[in-house]
Design a protein around this ligand. Structure first.
Ligand code: HH2
Length: 289
């Protein structure tokens, strides 16, 4: 069952338009890539009907949010013209918004795409470029959408070219805190903001592991924390699985570890398996059901 609700709550919530996502249990964000070239499922859901069916199946499998993306951000991916990205995501979002009561999020770096997606029915802007573009900040401020501020070093095309940090966790935390303050100054309510360390975005495997190990330092900022480890390269490096589709077990392990150490929202491809793993872990933890 989805976790979005309307109305007041004394629990921690992430407010995304009319949806209030309760964070007393882990929120699962299912990934729907309407792209020909995403690193793990590129080309699977370019067809509109297949994409819509997959979005519905993510919700049936237990996704609390469905995150729709029309541009791959894998290292070296080609940039997509905004009109093409809009046409990919908006037809799918508007169809899903008619049938689903889980919140829909748009995974985009482009302000005009975010604007069109919100008009089509999305209630979350997931910006992997961390609201660097003032136009994106303005759109967030002019609406009541939830926002995900993600940290990325540089640009997708070059971000994996030997990324260097002094202390990766402090630098990512400082960046996220600064961007959250910027959005709040622009008028975005604190309750709408989630932070994401951006696993794999301008980070080596060592950086990714350090960020996960010290996730509590990011959670200590007090905002909901989103983590995306699903099928990523560092999981393959650890398990020896070169094929992203075969990285489910490693992804779920990392996701559960993140949930135990401060992640409120897990962005995943394998919703059913992650939902089951989280359910068992939460029962052992004694979290309410
Ligand atoms: N990772 C990807 C895309 N969007 N958004 C957030 N907030 N956090 C992430 O870790 C994140 C993200 C990359 O994964 P995927 O969408 O599967 O691949 P691609 O970018 O190739 O479409």
């Amino acid at each position: 069952m989805g976790r979005a609700a309307t109305g007041e709550s004394s629990h921690r919530i992430w407010q995304c338009g009319r949806h209030a996502l309760h964070l007393d249990r882990t929120v699962i964000m299912g990934i729907l890539n309407v792209t020909p070239d995403s690193f793990s499922d590129g080309g699977h859901y370019v067809n509109r009907n297949r994409a819509i069916e997959h979005g519905m199946s993510l919700a049936r499998a237990g996704a609390d949010v469905v995150d729709v993306g029309g541009e791959s951000t894998r290292p070296g991916a080609a940039e997509v013209p905004a009109a093409e990205e809009i046409s990919r995501v908006c037809t799918v979002i508007s169809a899903l918004a008619l049938d689903l009561d889980v919140p829909l999020s748009v995974d985009t770096r482009h302000a005009e795409v975010a604007k069109a997606a919100l008009a089509a029915g999305a209630t979350i802007i997931n910006d992997v470029s961390g609201f660097r573009d003032p136009a994106m900040v303005q759109i967030a401020a002019a609406t009541d959408a939830g926002v995900v501020i993600m940290h990325m070093l540089g640009e997708p095309g070059t971000m994996q070219d030997a990324p260097v940090y002094g202390d990766v966790v402090s630098e990512v935390r400082e960046y996220l805190a600064g961007q959250a303050a910027l959005l709040e100054d622009a008028g975005v309510a604190r309750s709408r903001i989630a932070l994401d360390p951006g696993i794999g975005f301008g980070k080596t495997s060592k950086h990714n592991l350090e960020l996960l190990r010290r996730l509590g330092e990011i959670a200590a900022l007090g905002y909901p924390v989103l983590v995306g480890v699903s099928r990523k390269r560092f999981i393959g490096e650890l398990t020896g699985e070169a094929i992203p589709l075969h990285r489910k077990t490693g992804s779920i392990s990392a996701g559960l570890w993140a949930a135990e150490h401060g992640a409120d929202i897990l962005r995943v491809h394998d919703v059913k398996q992650t939902r089951e793993a989280v359910r068992v872990w939460e029962a052992i933890e004694g979290k309410c059901r």
